[in-house]
Design a protein around this ligand. Structure first.
Ligand code: NIG
Ligand code: FE
Length: 403
Protein backbone atom coordinates (compact mmCIF):
# COMPACT_ATOMS: atom_id res chain seq x y z
CA UNK A 1 0.00 0.00 0.00
CA UNK A 2 1.29 3.45 -0.90
CA UNK A 3 2.19 5.60 2.08
CA UNK A 4 -0.24 8.33 3.07
CA UNK A 5 0.10 11.96 2.04
CA UNK A 6 0.75 14.57 4.70
CA UNK A 7 -0.01 18.24 4.16
CA UNK A 8 2.12 20.74 6.06
CA UNK A 9 0.33 24.06 5.78
CA UNK A 10 0.49 27.65 6.95
CA UNK A 11 4.27 28.06 6.77
CA UNK A 12 6.66 30.55 5.19
CA UNK A 13 8.65 28.23 3.02
CA UNK A 14 12.23 29.11 2.02
CA UNK A 15 12.87 26.47 -0.63
CA UNK A 16 16.59 27.35 -1.02
CA UNK A 17 16.32 26.43 -4.71
CA UNK A 18 18.58 28.15 -7.26
CA UNK A 19 16.37 31.29 -7.17
CA UNK A 20 15.91 31.15 -3.37
CA UNK A 21 12.15 31.03 -3.93
CA UNK A 22 10.02 31.80 -0.88
CA UNK A 23 6.33 30.90 -0.53
CA UNK A 24 4.93 33.29 2.06
CA UNK A 25 1.69 31.33 2.42
CA UNK A 26 3.42 28.08 1.74
CA UNK A 27 2.58 24.43 2.03
CA UNK A 28 4.30 21.10 1.44
CA UNK A 29 2.90 17.71 0.59
CA UNK A 30 5.04 14.80 1.72
CA UNK A 31 4.63 11.08 1.23
CA UNK A 32 6.78 8.88 3.44
CA UNK A 33 10.25 10.37 3.40
CA UNK A 34 9.82 12.47 0.25
CA UNK A 35 8.41 15.79 -0.83
CA UNK A 36 5.67 15.51 -3.44
CA UNK A 37 4.69 19.13 -3.83
CA UNK A 38 5.72 22.59 -2.56
CA UNK A 39 4.06 25.91 -3.28
CA UNK A 40 1.55 28.53 -2.26
CA UNK A 41 -1.30 26.98 -0.34
CA UNK A 42 -3.76 28.61 -2.74
CA UNK A 43 -2.24 26.54 -5.57
CA UNK A 44 -2.53 23.23 -3.74
CA UNK A 45 -3.65 20.52 -6.19
CA UNK A 46 -7.17 19.57 -5.06
CA UNK A 47 -7.10 15.99 -6.23
CA UNK A 48 -4.44 15.08 -3.69
CA UNK A 49 -6.40 14.64 -0.48
CA UNK A 50 -3.93 14.28 2.40
CA UNK A 51 -4.51 11.72 5.14
CA UNK A 52 -3.08 14.10 7.69
CA UNK A 53 -2.83 17.89 7.96
CA UNK A 54 -0.16 19.58 10.10
CA UNK A 55 -0.32 23.28 10.95
CA UNK A 56 3.06 25.06 10.77
CA UNK A 57 1.53 28.06 12.62
CA UNK A 58 3.12 30.65 10.37
CA UNK A 59 6.67 29.47 11.14
CA UNK A 60 9.54 29.76 8.70
CA UNK A 61 10.51 26.49 7.03
CA UNK A 62 13.92 25.71 5.51
CA UNK A 63 15.47 22.50 4.25
CA UNK A 64 17.19 20.48 6.96
CA UNK A 65 20.66 21.96 7.41
CA UNK A 66 23.66 20.12 5.96
CA UNK A 67 27.03 20.26 7.70
CA UNK A 68 29.27 19.22 4.80
CA UNK A 69 32.70 19.23 6.51
CA UNK A 70 33.27 17.81 9.98
CA UNK A 71 35.80 15.74 11.89
CA UNK A 72 33.13 15.07 14.51
CA UNK A 73 34.39 11.61 15.51
CA UNK A 74 37.41 12.02 17.78
CA UNK A 75 38.55 11.40 21.34
CA UNK A 76 39.92 13.84 23.89
CA UNK A 77 40.39 17.57 23.41
CA UNK A 78 43.27 19.89 22.47
CA UNK A 79 42.46 22.67 24.92
CA UNK A 80 46.11 22.70 26.05
CA UNK A 81 47.21 23.45 22.49
CA UNK A 82 44.64 26.21 22.26
CA UNK A 83 46.16 27.70 25.42
CA UNK A 84 49.61 27.44 23.77
CA UNK A 85 48.32 29.22 20.68
CA UNK A 86 46.97 32.00 22.90
CA UNK A 87 50.56 32.49 24.05
CA UNK A 88 51.79 32.88 20.48
CA UNK A 89 52.63 29.37 19.27
CA UNK A 90 51.21 28.63 15.83
CA UNK A 91 49.09 25.70 14.67
CA UNK A 92 51.83 24.59 12.23
CA UNK A 93 54.55 24.87 14.89
CA UNK A 94 52.56 22.69 17.31
CA UNK A 95 51.93 20.17 14.52
CA UNK A 96 55.64 20.00 13.59
CA UNK A 97 56.50 19.38 17.24
CA UNK A 98 54.38 16.20 17.21
CA UNK A 99 51.19 17.72 18.61
CA UNK A 100 48.19 18.79 16.56
CA UNK A 101 46.53 16.04 14.54
CA UNK A 102 49.03 13.50 15.94
CA UNK A 103 47.96 14.21 19.49
CA UNK A 104 44.34 13.42 18.58
CA UNK A 105 45.61 10.38 16.67
CA UNK A 106 47.10 9.02 19.90
CA UNK A 107 43.80 9.57 21.74
CA UNK A 108 41.77 7.93 18.96
CA UNK A 109 44.06 4.91 18.72
CA UNK A 110 43.76 4.44 22.48
CA UNK A 111 39.95 4.70 22.46
CA UNK A 112 37.60 1.76 21.92
CA UNK A 113 34.91 2.01 19.28
CA UNK A 114 32.31 2.43 22.02
CA UNK A 115 34.31 5.21 23.69
CA UNK A 116 34.66 7.03 20.38
CA UNK A 117 30.93 6.74 19.80
CA UNK A 118 30.13 7.97 23.32
CA UNK A 119 32.42 10.99 23.01
CA UNK A 120 31.13 11.91 19.57
CA UNK A 121 27.38 11.45 20.12
CA UNK A 122 26.84 14.63 22.21
CA UNK A 123 28.55 16.70 19.52
CA UNK A 124 26.22 15.25 16.91
CA UNK A 125 23.23 15.91 19.17
CA UNK A 126 24.25 19.57 19.48
CA UNK A 127 24.27 19.90 15.70
CA UNK A 128 20.95 18.07 15.33
CA UNK A 129 19.40 20.46 17.85
CA UNK A 130 20.14 23.27 15.39
CA UNK A 131 18.27 21.57 12.56
CA UNK A 132 21.11 19.61 10.95
CA UNK A 133 19.67 16.55 9.18
CA UNK A 134 22.72 15.58 7.08
CA UNK A 135 26.35 15.58 8.13
CA UNK A 136 29.66 14.61 6.63
CA UNK A 137 32.12 12.95 9.01
CA UNK A 138 35.78 12.40 8.13
CA UNK A 139 38.21 9.83 9.42
CA UNK A 140 41.82 10.97 9.72
CA UNK A 141 42.76 10.53 13.37
CA UNK A 142 43.38 6.79 13.21
CA UNK A 143 46.05 6.64 10.53
CA UNK A 144 46.32 2.84 10.62
CA UNK A 145 43.93 0.73 8.58
CA UNK A 146 42.26 -0.65 11.72
CA UNK A 147 41.91 2.76 13.39
CA UNK A 148 40.60 4.49 10.27
CA UNK A 149 38.12 1.65 9.94
CA UNK A 150 37.12 2.11 13.58
CA UNK A 151 36.42 5.82 13.01
CA UNK A 152 34.40 5.16 9.87
CA UNK A 153 32.36 2.48 11.62
CA UNK A 154 31.52 4.97 14.36
CA UNK A 155 30.35 7.37 11.64
CA UNK A 156 28.02 4.70 10.26
CA UNK A 157 26.86 3.74 13.79
CA UNK A 158 25.90 7.36 14.50
CA UNK A 159 23.61 7.30 11.47
CA UNK A 160 21.86 4.21 12.86
CA UNK A 161 21.52 5.68 16.33
CA UNK A 162 20.27 9.17 15.41
CA UNK A 163 17.81 10.69 12.93
CA UNK A 164 20.48 11.93 10.52
CA UNK A 165 22.05 11.08 7.18
CA UNK A 166 25.81 10.58 7.60
CA UNK A 167 28.24 10.72 4.68
CA UNK A 168 31.64 9.32 5.64
CA UNK A 169 34.87 10.54 4.08
CA UNK A 170 38.22 8.78 4.26
CA UNK A 171 40.86 11.30 5.33
CA UNK A 172 43.75 8.88 5.87
CA UNK A 173 45.88 11.56 4.16
CA UNK A 174 45.39 13.97 7.05
CA UNK A 175 48.96 13.85 8.36
CA UNK A 176 51.84 11.41 8.17
CA UNK A 177 51.62 8.77 10.92
CA UNK A 178 54.83 8.10 12.91
CA UNK A 179 55.17 4.61 11.40
CA UNK A 180 55.90 6.24 8.04
CA UNK A 181 58.20 9.05 9.22
CA UNK A 182 60.10 10.43 6.18
CA UNK A 183 58.24 7.97 3.92
CA UNK A 184 55.19 9.93 2.85
CA UNK A 185 55.19 8.41 -0.65
CA UNK A 186 55.13 4.90 0.85
CA UNK A 187 52.25 5.89 3.11
CA UNK A 188 50.20 7.25 0.22
CA UNK A 189 50.97 4.10 -1.75
CA UNK A 190 49.66 1.81 0.99
CA UNK A 191 46.54 3.95 1.38
CA UNK A 192 45.92 3.83 -2.39
CA UNK A 193 46.70 0.19 -2.96
CA UNK A 194 45.51 -1.44 0.24
CA UNK A 195 43.34 0.71 2.54
CA UNK A 196 41.17 2.36 -0.10
CA UNK A 197 40.03 -0.83 -1.87
CA UNK A 198 39.43 -2.59 1.44
CA UNK A 199 37.42 0.16 3.08
CA UNK A 200 35.51 0.74 -0.12
CA UNK A 201 34.80 -3.00 -0.26
CA UNK A 202 33.36 -2.76 3.26
CA UNK A 203 31.15 0.13 2.07
CA UNK A 204 32.58 2.40 4.72
CA UNK A 205 33.47 5.39 2.53
CA UNK A 206 31.42 7.82 0.48
CA UNK A 207 34.31 10.12 -0.56
CA UNK A 208 38.07 10.61 -0.19
CA UNK A 209 39.75 13.75 1.15
CA UNK A 210 43.36 14.93 1.51
CA UNK A 211 45.05 17.71 3.53
CA UNK A 212 47.16 19.26 0.74
CA UNK A 213 49.56 21.45 2.71
CA UNK A 214 53.20 21.68 3.80
CA UNK A 215 52.24 19.99 7.08
CA UNK A 216 50.03 17.54 5.15
CA UNK A 217 50.64 16.04 1.70
CA UNK A 218 52.09 17.55 -1.47
CA UNK A 219 50.42 17.97 -4.81
CA UNK A 220 51.78 14.77 -6.39
CA UNK A 221 50.76 12.68 -3.38
CA UNK A 222 47.32 14.28 -3.37
CA UNK A 223 46.92 13.53 -7.08
CA UNK A 224 47.91 9.86 -6.66
CA UNK A 225 45.26 9.55 -4.00
CA UNK A 226 42.64 11.19 -6.23
CA UNK A 227 43.49 8.83 -9.08
CA UNK A 228 43.19 5.78 -6.85
CA UNK A 229 39.87 6.99 -5.41
CA UNK A 230 38.43 7.80 -8.81
CA UNK A 231 39.52 4.43 -10.20
CA UNK A 232 37.17 2.95 -7.58
CA UNK A 233 34.41 5.38 -8.55
CA UNK A 234 34.73 7.39 -5.34
CA UNK A 235 34.32 11.18 -5.39
CA UNK A 236 37.16 13.32 -4.05
CA UNK A 237 37.52 16.51 -2.02
CA UNK A 238 40.42 18.49 -0.62
CA UNK A 239 41.55 20.59 2.35
CA UNK A 240 43.12 23.20 0.07
CA UNK A 241 45.03 26.48 0.43
CA UNK A 242 44.37 26.83 4.17
CA UNK A 243 47.84 27.94 5.32
CA UNK A 244 49.57 28.43 1.95
CA UNK A 245 48.85 27.91 -1.76
CA UNK A 246 50.28 24.66 -3.14
CA UNK A 247 48.08 24.68 -6.25
CA UNK A 248 45.73 22.15 -4.69
CA UNK A 249 42.49 23.72 -5.83
CA UNK A 250 43.63 23.85 -9.48
CA UNK A 251 44.51 20.17 -9.36
CA UNK A 252 41.27 19.33 -7.53
CA UNK A 253 39.31 21.21 -10.18
CA UNK A 254 41.03 19.21 -12.93
CA UNK A 255 39.76 16.10 -11.15
CA UNK A 256 36.28 17.60 -10.78
CA UNK A 257 36.45 17.29 -7.01
CA UNK A 258 33.17 17.70 -5.14
CA UNK A 259 34.68 20.46 -3.02
CA UNK A 260 37.77 22.37 -1.98
CA UNK A 261 37.64 23.43 1.63
CA UNK A 262 39.20 26.33 3.63
CA UNK A 263 40.70 28.31 0.67
CA UNK A 264 42.10 31.24 2.67
CA UNK A 265 45.08 31.39 0.27
CA UNK A 266 43.12 30.72 -2.93
CA UNK A 267 43.41 33.20 -5.81
CA UNK A 268 40.89 34.58 -8.30
CA UNK A 269 42.21 32.05 -10.85
CA UNK A 270 41.57 29.26 -8.36
CA UNK A 271 38.03 30.56 -7.87
CA UNK A 272 37.44 30.52 -11.64
CA UNK A 273 38.78 26.96 -11.96
CA UNK A 274 36.52 25.75 -9.15
CA UNK A 275 33.51 27.39 -10.78
CA UNK A 276 34.30 25.88 -14.20
CA UNK A 277 34.66 22.42 -12.67
CA UNK A 278 31.50 22.69 -10.57
CA UNK A 279 33.65 22.20 -7.46
CA UNK A 280 32.12 23.77 -4.35
CA UNK A 281 34.17 26.19 -2.25
CA UNK A 282 33.52 25.16 1.36
CA UNK A 283 34.32 27.97 3.79
CA UNK A 284 35.14 27.17 7.41
CA UNK A 285 34.93 30.43 9.34
CA UNK A 286 35.12 28.85 12.80
CA UNK A 287 38.58 27.44 11.97
CA UNK A 288 39.58 30.86 10.58
CA UNK A 289 38.41 32.45 13.82
CA UNK A 290 39.94 29.91 16.16
CA UNK A 291 43.34 29.93 14.43
CA UNK A 292 43.21 33.75 14.28
CA UNK A 293 44.15 33.50 10.62
CA UNK A 294 45.21 36.70 8.92
CA UNK A 295 43.91 35.93 5.50
CA UNK A 296 40.34 35.48 4.35
CA UNK A 297 39.08 33.31 1.49
CA UNK A 298 38.58 35.38 -1.67
CA UNK A 299 34.81 35.78 -1.39
CA UNK A 300 34.46 38.60 -3.98
CA UNK A 301 36.39 36.46 -6.52
CA UNK A 302 34.33 33.37 -5.68
CA UNK A 303 31.18 35.42 -6.12
CA UNK A 304 32.37 36.97 -9.39
CA UNK A 305 33.28 33.54 -10.78
CA UNK A 306 29.92 32.17 -9.60
CA UNK A 307 31.60 29.42 -7.61
CA UNK A 308 29.15 27.60 -5.38
CA UNK A 309 29.91 28.54 -1.76
CA UNK A 310 29.10 26.28 1.17
CA UNK A 311 29.71 26.78 4.89
CA UNK A 312 30.49 24.08 7.43
CA UNK A 313 31.34 23.77 11.11
CA UNK A 314 34.63 21.88 10.56
CA UNK A 315 33.95 20.46 14.03
CA UNK A 316 37.34 19.11 15.19
CA UNK A 317 39.43 19.25 18.37
CA UNK A 318 42.25 21.37 16.90
CA UNK A 319 41.27 24.22 14.64
CA UNK A 320 37.51 24.34 15.18
CA UNK A 321 36.18 22.96 18.46
CA UNK A 322 32.60 23.95 17.70
CA UNK A 323 29.29 22.22 17.24
CA UNK A 324 27.22 25.09 15.87
CA UNK A 325 26.44 25.48 12.20
CA UNK A 326 24.37 28.57 13.01
CA UNK A 327 27.49 30.16 14.53
CA UNK A 328 29.43 29.24 11.37
CA UNK A 329 26.73 31.06 9.37
CA UNK A 330 27.04 34.14 11.56
CA UNK A 331 30.82 34.11 11.22
CA UNK A 332 30.63 33.59 7.45
CA UNK A 333 28.53 36.73 7.15
CA UNK A 334 30.42 38.97 9.57
CA UNK A 335 33.99 37.69 9.05
CA UNK A 336 33.88 36.70 5.36
CA UNK A 337 31.23 39.11 4.07
CA UNK A 338 28.64 36.62 2.87
CA UNK A 339 25.06 37.82 2.54
CA UNK A 340 22.33 36.19 4.62
CA UNK A 341 21.05 34.44 1.48
CA UNK A 342 24.54 33.15 0.64
CA UNK A 343 24.93 31.83 4.17
CA UNK A 344 21.59 30.01 3.99
CA UNK A 345 22.36 28.54 0.54
CA UNK A 346 25.75 27.57 2.00
CA UNK A 347 24.23 25.21 4.58
CA UNK A 348 21.48 23.84 2.34
CA UNK A 349 21.66 23.68 -1.48
CA UNK A 350 25.40 24.25 -1.89
CA UNK A 351 26.31 22.00 1.03
CA UNK A 352 24.34 19.23 -0.71
CA UNK A 353 26.43 19.81 -3.85
CA UNK A 354 29.61 19.56 -1.75
CA UNK A 355 28.52 16.03 -0.83
CA UNK A 356 27.24 15.06 -4.28
CA UNK A 357 23.78 14.85 -2.69
CA UNK A 358 22.09 17.59 -4.70
CA UNK A 359 19.59 15.24 -6.36
CA UNK A 360 18.42 13.92 -3.00
CA UNK A 361 18.40 16.87 -0.58
CA UNK A 362 19.42 20.47 0.11
CA UNK A 363 16.30 22.20 -1.25
CA UNK A 364 12.56 21.90 -0.69
CA UNK A 365 11.51 20.60 -4.10
CA UNK A 366 9.41 17.64 -5.28
CA UNK A 367 11.35 14.39 -5.24
CA UNK A 368 13.77 15.49 -2.53
CA UNK A 369 13.97 14.20 1.03
CA UNK A 370 11.29 15.51 3.37
CA UNK A 371 13.97 16.96 5.67
CA UNK A 372 13.01 20.38 6.99
CA UNK A 373 13.25 22.68 9.97
CA UNK A 374 10.56 24.90 11.47
CA UNK A 375 12.06 28.05 12.98
CA UNK A 376 10.80 30.54 15.58
CA UNK A 377 11.96 33.56 13.58
CA UNK A 378 10.28 36.61 12.09
CA UNK A 379 12.59 37.00 9.11
CA UNK A 380 14.79 34.48 7.36
CA UNK A 381 17.87 36.67 7.96
CA UNK A 382 17.69 35.71 11.64
CA UNK A 383 19.40 32.43 10.79
CA UNK A 384 22.78 34.14 10.36
CA UNK A 385 22.03 36.91 12.88
CA UNK A 386 21.79 35.27 16.30
CA UNK A 387 25.01 34.45 18.11
CA UNK A 388 24.69 31.56 20.52
CA UNK A 389 20.90 31.52 20.37
CA UNK A 390 19.06 28.65 18.71
CA UNK A 391 15.66 29.59 17.26
CA UNK A 392 14.78 26.06 16.13
CA UNK A 393 11.18 25.06 16.79
CA UNK A 394 10.96 21.61 15.28
CA UNK A 395 12.81 19.25 12.93
CA UNK A 396 11.29 16.87 10.41
CA UNK A 397 13.54 14.24 8.91
CA UNK A 398 12.41 11.84 6.21
CA UNK A 399 8.84 13.01 6.86
CA UNK A 400 8.92 12.33 10.61
CA UNK A 401 9.05 14.83 13.46
CA UNK A 402 12.34 14.15 15.28
CA UNK A 403 12.63 17.24 17.48
O1 NIG B 1 39.96 21.21 8.79
N1 NIG B 1 43.41 21.20 8.34
C1 NIG B 1 43.31 20.02 8.65
N2 NIG B 1 42.27 19.46 9.26
C2 NIG B 1 41.43 20.08 10.19
C3 NIG B 1 42.09 20.27 11.50
C4 NIG B 1 42.30 19.00 12.16
C5 NIG B 1 42.93 19.11 13.50
O2 NIG B 1 43.65 20.08 13.79
O3 NIG B 1 42.70 18.18 14.27
C6 NIG B 1 40.79 21.34 9.67
O4 NIG B 1 41.06 22.47 10.12
FE1 FE C 1 38.79 19.95 8.15
Amino acid sequence: MAEALTLWRNGRVATCDESMTVFEQGALLTRGGRIEWVGDESALPEFRAPAEVRDLNGGWITPGLIDCHTHLVFAGTRATEYAQRLKGHTYAEIARAGGGILSTMRAVRAASEQQLFDESAPRLQALLAEGVTTIEIKSGYGLTLADEEKMLRVGRALQHAFPVTVKTTLLAAHTLPPEYKDRADDYIQVVCEDWLPRLHGEKLIDAVDVFCESIGFNLAQSESLFEAAQALGLPVKMHAEQLSNLGGSQMAARHRALSCDHLEFATAEDAASLAAAGTVAVLLPVAFYCLAEGRKPPVPALRAARTRIAIASDCNPGSSPGTSLLLAMSMATRLFGLTADEALAGVTRNAAHALGEQAARGTLEPGKAADFVIWNIRSIEELSYWIGFNPRRSVIRAGRVTL
